[in-house]
Design a protein around this ligand. Structure first.
Ligand code: ATP
Ligand code: MG
Length: 344
């Protein structure tokens, strides 16, 4: 069965949006608007899988919304909203909790990393995170999901859930006139030179909002001096840059900075190395500071302007939520019929 192409993705309001979120996700969201209908969600239900201060959460939700718009997402053409305003996400997640198998969730590396050693004390929500993510996507029957590399495993689980639902309920799906599959198998879109931006302090760790050290990441709200300082202090090795990508193997910090440059300049790592091969890091870092500041400053300024207007952001989210809910409610009606629930 052919599904209408539709893009869905989300970002958690868990703290400081950083360059990894921008290059791995939001920049792709912006580009996809040219070719697709898109739904972009501030996933606040995901955020509370780890503790969020209720006095801080609204600010974080509005900041992600502001970042979406400041980066170039058009909330009139596309749908922008926060997850908790559309209850159907949580409703479908429950059904998916009954489709997904414990064995599948036990393999998820994000849970292992985030729960750490104190697994007994992690929230049930943190464990079930991937079934909610599957529901976020599939409640719209979305077909394409732009994400960073770290979300690849969760996307594969979403596909497994869609497939198992389609198989388990095949007769019921056919009886509702939905052919042989009710849910599409959503495709991850993970491409380009910065699908996994690494920490500036440790080239083996992902740049993350929840990482305690602020020096590990460039925040979208950092000012020019902070960006310059963080890049100049970024960990590197003593050798000059190589001429070819092969020379970046086993040099994770160098590879990371070259990838960031390439993504910001809309080019490839090979191209960057053609330009900077043999350059010392001092020279390359100066160029990287200049490029990063040039790309992030306008976003930063626009974010500041937008976050000051809470009423406008809340109106954007309310409008997006109302439009999203129409689609989600429609899916849920059919899902309930397929599962066999009696409804009004
Ligand atoms: P947290 O640490 O709270 O999980 P996060 O930085 O991982 O925060 P998310 O909101 O979980 O941010 O992810 C939003 C999007 O950004 C996802 O598509 C994710 O794959 C992408 N992303 C996150 N970190 C990176 C990174 N370092 N490089 C590339 N993409 C990233
Ligand atoms: Mg994350």
């Amino acid at each position: 069965m052919a599904f209408k192409p539709l893009v869905f993705s989300g970002v958690q309001p868990t703290g400081n949006l950083h360059l990894g979120n921008y290059l791995g996700a939001i920049k792709k969201f912006v580009a996809l608007q040219e070719s697709h209908e898109c739904i972009y969600c501030v996933v606040d239900l995901h955020a509370i899988t780890v503790w969020q201060d209720p006095a801080e959460l609204p600010r974080a939700i509005r900041e992600v919304t502001a970042a979406f718009i400041a980066c170039g997402i058009d909330p009139k053409k596309q749908i922008v909203f926060n997850q908790s305003q559309v209850a159907e996400h949580a409703e479908l997640a429950w059904i998916f909790n009954c489709v997904a198998r414990l064995g599948w969730l036990n393999r998820m590396t994000q849970f292992k990393e985030k729960a750490g050693k104190d697994r007994e004390n992690a929230s049930v929500g943190l464990y079930a995170y991937p079934t909610l993510m599957a529901a976020d996507i599939l409640v719209y029957r979305a077909t394409h999901v732009p994400v960073g590399e770290d979300q690849k495993q969760h996307l594969e689980l979403s596909r497994d859930i869609a497939q198992k639902f389609n198989n388990d309920f095949d007769k019921s799906i056919a009886a509702r006139g939905c052919g042989d599959a009710f849910f599409p198998l959503p495709e991850p879109l993970i491409q380009g030179p910065a699908t996994r931006v690494m920490s500036l302090r440790d080239g083996t760790r992902k740049m993350s909002k929840s990482e305690p050290s602020d020096q590990s990441r460039i925040n979208l709200t950092d000012d020019v001096d902070t960006i310059a300082l963080k890049i100049r202090r970024a960990k590197t090795d003593p050798d000059p840059l190589p001429h070819e990508q092969k020379g970046l193997e086993s040099r994770p910090e160098a590879d990371n900075l070259v990838g960031i440059y390439a993504a910001l300049a809309d080019t490839s790592k090979a191209d960057v190395l053609r330009q900077f091969g043999d350059a010392q890091f001092s020279t390359f870092k100066n160029a990287l500071v200049e490029l990063t500041v040039a790309k992030l400053s306008p976003i930063n300024a626009e974010m500041r302007r937008l976050v000051a207007d809470t009423a406008h952001l809340d109106a954007v989210l309310a409008d997006g939520a109302a439009r999203a809910q129409v689609l989600a409610a429609d899916t849920m009606k059919t899902v309930k019929d397929i599962v066999g629930f009696v409804r009004r």
